[in-house]
Design a protein around this ligand. Sequence first.
Ligand SMILES: NC(=O)c1ccc[n+]([C@@H]2O[C@H](COP(=O)([O-])OP(=O)(O)OC[C@H]3O[C@@H](n4cnc5c(N)ncnc54)[C@H](O)[C@@H]3O)[C@@H](O)[C@H]2O)c1
Length: 255
Amino acid sequence: MRLQDKVAIITGAGSGQGKASALMFAQQGATVIVAEMNEQAGKETVKQITDAGQHAFFYQTDISDEENVRQLVETVHEKYKKIDILFNNAGIGFSARSKYKMASVLETPLEDWNSILGINLNGVYLMSKYVLPIMIKQNKGSIIHNASLNGIIGVSGADAYTASKGGVVALTRVMAADYGKHNIRINCICPGAINTPMISEVLDDPEIAKNYETGPLGRVGEPEEIASAALFLASDEASYITGLIMPVDGGWSAV
Ligand SMILES: NC(=O)c1ccc[n+]([C@@H]2O[C@H](COP(=O)([O-])OP(=O)(O)OC[C@H]3O[C@@H](n4cnc5c(N)ncnc54)[C@H](O)[C@@H]3O)[C@@H](O)[C@H]2O)c1
């Protein structure tokens, strides 16, 4: 019970890493607010948690919409009187299903650039902007951002995605500097290739998939392996850790 009685908001908790984190946080005693754009997926996560006798609550959220984010945070604060943990996980990225083009600068329409940054970077800013005042009043909080390996190394293509994740990495450091005095810890996970719907179509193609099965551990990661890192950073076990940019990538960035 590493998160006993904690209240945690997890964005994008209807799928992949966010869902794995929601299930794990709830198992560890947290009440989890599933802040997810996809209603069906978000409600399914909540059902799995409550069916197991644990606590969760769905709030349909588009993290790129300021009014929506403001209402989410107000509702959670009114209901639970505190917010201990914010996992800024939701994002859009590599997927054949994505309506946004993942390409280099020359092939990226401005509209797609703005949409990708609007979710992956502005969404993190907006969620933080509305949760921080509550954590400042509590004089305690843990915020975890989910960036990407693309935020720390240059991978060809997906330039808007890469820029958005680089922005999240930089934002982690400056937020840690700004809010440490309020006992708020801000850390960032940089996943490598993780087996979630975001990249499932890529992994389904054996020719492309083998490009992802490189690095010291020679395999892609599972969403639970990100959830474990998020759980540690969220918990009081990480009480002296802030401003950390943590690759969880099977060693991909080390070689
Ligand atoms: N899967 C990977 O290989 C990988 C690698 C590095 C980083 N990441 C990052 O990890 C995070 C989680 O991705 P995942 O792999 O679990 O993908 P996923 O597609 O399985 O899950 C993402 C979830 O976010 C939700 N979402 C998207 N836009 C939203 C919005 N505007 N508001 C609220 N919710 C929204 C989606 O509905 C979905 O449920 C993302 O930020 C992604 O960029 C993924």
